[in-house]
Design a protein around this ligand. Structure first.
Ligand SMILES: Nc1ncnc2c1ncn2[C@@H]1O[C@H](COP(=O)(O)OP(=O)(O)OP(=O)(O)O)[C@@H](O)[C@H]1O
Ligand SMILES: [Mg+2]
Length: 413
């Protein structure tokens, strides 16, 4: 069983490359399910098929489904929602507004994750190809099992005890309805177990890998680098970078301008993602829509040789990981070729600029690491280690709180 997630900035080609990958797998007889967690569902458009919220077979060995979190919400969260609706109604909030308010932030993501897990464990498919929402949402999604799971396990029981203690008092005061009943806590603890199993599945590199889709342009590349570091921080494995919309060479000034700018970006990307395969996909003369066009995309991405496996790519065990220990973060990177060299690490805005044996590597930091000072760096056993320490004067910053430090300890290498 394998899960392959496709993520990247909006509009870079996630849906296209995910569909092409799924189709290639199915063409080789691998039972594949292509699904999207993006609420703006476009798999159907790419495949030229009508899709719904139940998997449908769109080609031999290929099924596709749009996960409808709204519908799942109705089922999974009915208890929790009923309580909240009740509470709000008593507070005089009209039912329609209450309905809106109880669509808790993060709920969609939780439900999407649970759906992915259920489909993965269903046993009907060998590979799940997941077309994710644009990066920020995907990271929120991937950070969730750990962040929320931790909250539910550590903080929630304390709240529950508190709630139990307060219930008699609240009843005396005639405000018993403001304390959640035990069934709500039970529902949330069940959710905590569910999330732990999601995490187990997604953070296992033998099961799940992530593919970063980008276009060779400055802003997009910077976001992809930041995503790469953030994924390492959460313990997810990236196994491929897809550079899409690469301009084919041409004689006119317009094309020559783009080609040279993109080539410079591609060279930098290959340095940033050293060790990872970077596969290019040319800017086509038309939108790659429908099975025939997508097969063409797959040929370009994975090669036409029968041996080329779009799922098992050869990637070093772990290219980058971030561990936290003793209040510090240790960013570890596998560095090919370099045996022994001086390491120079310097902060430049959101970036960490590493210079190793004359090679410069720019690592765009996720927000947690951005609030840290570099306190040391060394290179040993083809591994670069950079130690970062949180600098309290850099907190708090109005930043997204999706990027939380991983609680993983020690490297899995
Ligand atoms: N290499 C290419 N050449 C030409 N058109 C392309 C190429 N790749 C993608 N497209 C087209 O660009 C558009 C955006 O691609 P796609 O939907 O795959 O991106 P996405 O990353 O899934 O976008 P979103 O973030 O909106 O989900 C689509 O119309 C697609 O057909
Ligand atoms: Mg898409």
């Amino acid at each position: 069983m394998r899960i392959v997630l496709f993520t990247g900035k909006g509009g870079v080609g996630k849906t296209t490359t995910a569909s092409a990958t799924a189709l290639r797998l199915a063409d080789r007889g691998v039972k594949t399910l292509l699904l999207s967690t993006d609420s703006a569902h476009s798999l159907g458009d790419a495949l030229g098929a009508e899709l719904g919220n139940e998997p449908v077979e769109v080609a031999p060995s290929l099924w596709a489904v749009h996960i409808d979190t709204q519908q799942r919400f109705e089922v999974a969260w009915r208890d929790v929602q009923r309580f909240l609706l009740d509470l709000l109604a008593r507070g005089g909030v009209d039912p329609i507004t209450a309905e809106e308010l109880t669509v808790l932030p993060g709920v969609e993501e939780v439900l999407a994750l649970l759906a992915v897990r259920d489909l993965a464990l269903n046993g009907q498919w060998d590979v799940l190809v997941v077309d994710c929402a644009p990066t920020a949402e995907t990271l929120r999604l991937l950070a969730l099992p750990e962040a929320l799971g931790w909250y539910l396990q550590k903080v929630f029981p304390a709240h529950r005890r508190l709630a139990r203690g307060m219930r008699p008092l609240a009843a005396i005061m005639g405000r018993g309805e403001v304390i959640p009943p035990d069934s709500i806590f039970d529902a949330l603890l069940r959710l905590s177990d569910d999330l732990a199993s999601v995490r187990e599945l997604l953070a296992d590199p033998a099961v799940t890998t992530v593919r970063l889709v980008l276009t060779p342009e400055t802003v997009v590349a910077a976001e992809a680098r930041r995503t790469f570091t953030a994924l390492a921080l959460y313990g997810y494995r990236v196994d491929l970078v897809i550079a899409n919309r690469v301009f084919p060479k041409g004689r006119d000034a317009f094309r020559q301008g783009w080609v040279s700018a993109q080539q410079a970006q591609l060279a930098e990307l290959r340095e940033s993602f050293a060790g990872l395969p970077v596969h290019e996909l040319a800017y086509g003369h038309a939108e790659p829509v429908g099975a025939a066009a997508l097969r063409g995309v797959a040929d370009e991405l994975y090669g036409v040789l029968p041996g080329a496996d779009p799922v098992r790519l050869s990637v070093p065990a772990e290219l980058m990981s971030v561990d936290s220990a003793d209040g510090e973060y240790v960013l570890r990177m596998w560095l090919p070729l370099v045996e022994r060299a001086a390491v120079d690490a310097a902060r430049s805005g959101d970036d960490l600029v590493l210079t190793v044996a004359g090679h410069r590597r720019v690592i765009t930091l996720p927000s947690v690491l951005r609030r840290c000072d570099v306190v040391g760096g060394e290179l040993a056993e083809r591994e670069l280690r950079v130690r970062l320490r949180p600098n309290p004067s850099m907190w708090p910053k109005p930043d997204d709180d999706a990027e939380r430090p991983s609680r993983r300890r020690g490297s899995s290498r």
